[in-house]
Design a binder for this molecule. Structure first.
Ligand SMILES: Nc1ncnc2c1ncn2[C@@H]1O[C@H](COP(=O)(O)OP(=O)(O)O)[C@@H](O)[C@H]1O
Ligand SMILES: [Mg+2]
Length: 373
């Protein structure tokens, strides 16, 4: 296992105002390995931006620690509002890309990229050389003398990325860097981040609310809800985790029960089970009619992972034995809860759990994950 280059331990952030307290981070443990692209997803308000701002200590965590490249930034922060020199030096090794680019409109592209180098006290000639290299790297050499207003959104973000790389960071943080861009520009910016990740060995921690972003570039991902990380892992691990909400959103296998008294089951095939005729054996052994509602096959890290949603006649209670059979065959099995309009609302049932106990809705899938892990 590669070493973590970003580690947060029990990170908490509570915003306090006169009459209100908001717990934006509620004990976040994150481990981003060197050289990977790690995506954090979640709805608005989940705490994603707070997390990334705590990683470079733009925001001071209420408690917990942040280590980047082996250095405990929380220990460097000191007590005053002004960041001490040691923290500023450590921050130079962390590049940050913003959703709204944050370019200075009165400066040329070249001068925007030089700005962090000016702050670091780099001489004029060295700055110009470095900025030239970086603009080349992001494919904007011909725009060095242009002003931000003369650039497209995608070009502005490339300038933002070049500027973030000025201090030769080991780590690049990106908060919704593509959210203001159209889909095609998004793809090209993501490709750039991926190329930089590969060429420079840059570790990228990116925040997004778009699953497509994770799908296109991330090696690993975490799902945040209410200030907590509720799921995390490599994309391959997530896909192989029964009931994983992230896997379900990344590679949806849709399909709803065709009527009452049906049991809908999500199956995950991996390794050996991916190549055996498990479904036809099930049908023959138990003489049941199986409908396939949806299926997806993905290859990750050279391994095939299949996901399939099937429907069995009868209620869960009637299907305990066939479901047990599927598990014996090495499949991960998660029973899909009834559609919301069905009564009563029954939570998901992990088959490891012998009793089909009703679980309070909503957010059913994360419940499965907890029992399945
Ligand atoms: N500076 C702040 N002061 C008070 N509350 C804040 C501040 N920043 C964020 N919050 C609150 O913290 C929670 C998490 O916000 P944020 O980290 O921006 O989430 P996300 O980026 O996932 O949308 C939200 O409830 C938000 O209103
Ligand atoms: Mg945000």
């Amino acid at each position: 296992m590669d070493a973590s280059v970003i580690t947060t331990t029990d990170l908490r952030k509570v915003y306090r105002s006169r009459d209100r307290e908001v717990t934006a981070l509620d004990g976040v443990d994150l481990g981003v390995r060197e050289g990977e692209v790690y995506g954090v997803v979640g709805r608005s308000g989940a705490g994603k931006s707070t997390l990334i701002r705590c990683v470079n200590l733009l925001e001071r965590p209420t408690s917990g620690t942040v280590e980047v490249a082996g250095r405990d930034l929380t220990a460097l922060a000191g007590r005053s509002d002004r960041a001490p020199a040691a923290l500023r030096a450590a921050r130079a090794g962390i590049g940050m890309v913003f959703q709204h680019f944050n370019l200075l409109s009165s400066r040329t592209v070249q001068d925007n990229v030089e700005l962090p180098l000016e702050i670091l006290g780099v001489s004029g000639r060295a700055r110009a050389r470095k900025a030239g290299e970086l603009l080349d790297l992001v494919g904007l050499s011909d725009k060095a003398r242009a002003y931000p207003a003369q650039l497209s959104g995608g070009q502005k973000q490339r300038v933002g990325i070049a500027r973030a790389l000025a201090g030769d960071p080991k780590v690049l943080l990106s908060d919704e860097a593509t959210s203001a861009l159209d889909p095609e520009t998004t793809r090209s910016v993501l490709r750039l981040l991926r190329d930089l990740n590969r060429q420079l060995g840059l570790t990228v921690l990116l925040i997004t609310h778009e699953m497509d972003v994770v799908k296109q570039v991330c090696d690993s991902a975490a799902l945040m809800k209410g200030g907590r990380v509720v799921e995390s892992g490599t994309v391959a691990e997530l896909l192989a985790t029964p009931g994983s909400e992230l896997a379900g959103e990344l590679f949806p296998v849709g399909g709803q029960a065709s009527g009452p008294d049906r049991t809908v089951v999500d199956l995950t095939f991996h390794g050996d089970s991916a190549t055996r005729p498990v479904i036809s054996q099930l049908a023959r052994t138990y003489n049941v009619d199986i409908s396939i509602l949806g299926a997806a096959m993905e290859t990750y890290d050279g391994r095939q992972i299949g996901r399939m949603r099937i429907e069995l006649p009868g209620r869960f209670e009637d299907n305990v034995v066939p479901i047990g059979y599927l598990r014996e065959q090495g499949l991960d099995v998660a029973v899909v809860p009834d559609a919301p309009e069905a009564v009563p609302v029954t939570g998901p049932v992990s088959v490891t759990d012998p009793v089909a106990a009703p679980v309070p809705a909503p957010a059913p899938v994360s419940t499965v994950k907890e029992t399945a892990k």
